[in-house]
Design a protein around this ligand. Sequence first.
Ligand code: F3S
Length: 755
Amino acid sequence: MAFDIDMIKKVYSKVVDRVDAARKITGKPLTLAEKILYSHLWDGNPNKAFVRGKDYVDFAPDRIALQDATAQMALLQFMQAGKAKVAVPTTTHCDHLIQAKDGAAADLKTANSTSSEVFDFLESVSNKYGLGFWKPGAGIIHQVVLENYAFPGGMMIGTDSHTVNAGGLGMVAIGVGGADAVDVMAGMAWELKFPKLIGVKLTGKISGWAAPKDVILKVAGIVSAKGGTDAIVEYFGEGARSMSCTGKGTICNMGAEIGATTSTFGYDESMERYLRATERADVADAANKVKDYLTGDDEVYANPEQYFDQVIEINLSELTPLLNGPFTPDLSTKAGSDMTAIANKNDWPLQVEWGLIGSCTNSSYEDLSRASSIAKQALDKGLKMKSQLGINPGSEKVRYTAERDGILGIFEQLDAKIFTNACGPCIGQWARYSDPKNAPKNSIVHSFNRNFAKRADGNPNTHAFVASPELTAAIAIAGRLDFNPMTDSLINENGEQVMFDEPTGWELPPKGFEVKDDGYLAPEEDGSGVEIKVNPTSERLELLSPFTPLGNELNGVKLLIKAFGKCTTDHISMAGPWLRFRGHLDNISNNMLIGAVNAYNMKTNFVKSQLNGEYDAVPKTARAYKAAGINTIVVGDHNYGEGSSREHAAMEPRHLGVAAVLVKSFARIHETNLKKQGMLGLTFANEADYDLIQEDDTFNFVDLNEFAPGKPLTLEVVHADGSKDIIIANHTYNDGQIEWYNEGSALNLIKKENA
Ligand code: F3S
């Protein structure tokens, strides 16, 4: 059995007391999001009302999910913690590293050979430390989580931004960086700024060509790609209850596209049906006993303006199919003549080359069955495909059942390519072109979530539009971006004009789900004898060694780079081809700060070495200092480290001998990541001191032996001509974080405490 009913029952045994306590302390009825947050406090029973959008709070998530690209460094770090097992139920899912090219069987075979060392490593670590392992081909992480692990009222974190998909089953599920996941796996709390709350009231009922996807495409169009930042979006109302559980998952999934912390729905009958259909009747029974605690209070939904920071209302009965894009998921256009006008004005190609159905957003049984009802009509009405069609089922369970029920057969009769149950084109793993950079301008339609330039096929000229699976199927058959299936007809093989009827489908398979091998491997009860598989000559994986403490005698520290302007985690640790080295700290460190602009020459990746006076690449220069036993410092501007939460942006500098990062201001997650790696993350007490820093400067930390919470540090900056400046640097280290520094990293401290 993959899921853990005892853990779920434990959560439900506490929810009543904790939610009642939270109601008392806040003095008001509660939203579902608040109920889940207050019932997952690290300290147990609520004893304080938190300020939304302001207070940082420690939580105790119930579960963790990792995907193969991000799991590598997370698990390499976890191995450093000296724990025998993960502290909370965790699963690893192999879905990102599988290319879509020739079809499922051939593509899976290729992935299993090209990425075997990564898969073998993840499997052996999972086996040793008690993580469930989902093999390549088992499915896309978020679909597998929804089918097996998500449960109403639960809290989970995952090292992927679309972890939020599990909100479809009433969870608060949040995407995090690897460092956060490692903390929780090692038994520590997880910190989050108490989110703001956006309520979306859904009235009416979806019908005809409209789909749950159109709800979130509409919301994205209303609030924009940043509209949900630092907020949980909570959907409620009769419209919410009328949608399937996987439809709710689609809506929550794309909450990531409006920047929301997560999205969620209250427990209802659609969730109960889904739980029972996915062989979790015991979870449904347990949830039913506390169901009032697994949804928002009636008073909240009756007067939402009083309890949410923002309220949006959508009448589902008025919803029509939308296409969002190109290049951004929040640019909404109504299918049909609106699209004709806008596409012509913007010179978007109206001819569609490909329709792609799948991704973690829309790959459920219901999605495939509704899209296949359109494909079936094309066959019955003598229509020929005008573009190509590709399908990525969400899981082996969905694929097997859809094949049994003839759904995949219908697509295949239209010459569709059935790709592996994996991310494939959604994460750029689509071998569409031999030379994507010089590929032609074209349009594609897909049911995925993201459509940034190059996201699917690496071609900057591909205009990708996001739509529901059923509209994707219709547009792919018609071959035109502005095809409106509600009003437009097509000419069939006999020269007759035919129209599509409305899509139909099944929320859940009428004959139940079925699967032969779902691709799950349970870990050993006692993993102590399991050997971790890492080839010492591997260029993709490298076991980590603990960082040595920097100590409190930091003198003679040389300036590595003074970064000018924006310096995001992408500037510090670039993505793209470097993703290949995510599990190999030394190799990926060759991208360290190569995107940062050197303030002295305004060039990237070109800094002066004080060892020989020559200019060279940042990583090479840092390595030379490290070889000479000299620590370095990075100086930066405002909001240094904004962007993703990737821990590589802190681990690489630490690995290459950077002792301190001194900036005007930090993006908070990056600042914490630096602290976790046992480095100094400091800010100028006087921002203008940034201008005092010169290219050949040496830094002495004169009072680091008095490092204490709230006490600024003093830095003596020695310039090349021998003159000196004194700079005061602020920091936000608390006692525990100073311990991380003293021990060399947070993981070293955990290991010491476990010893
Ligand atoms: Fe995979 Fe794309 Fe979802 S990369 S996890 S299918 S957003």
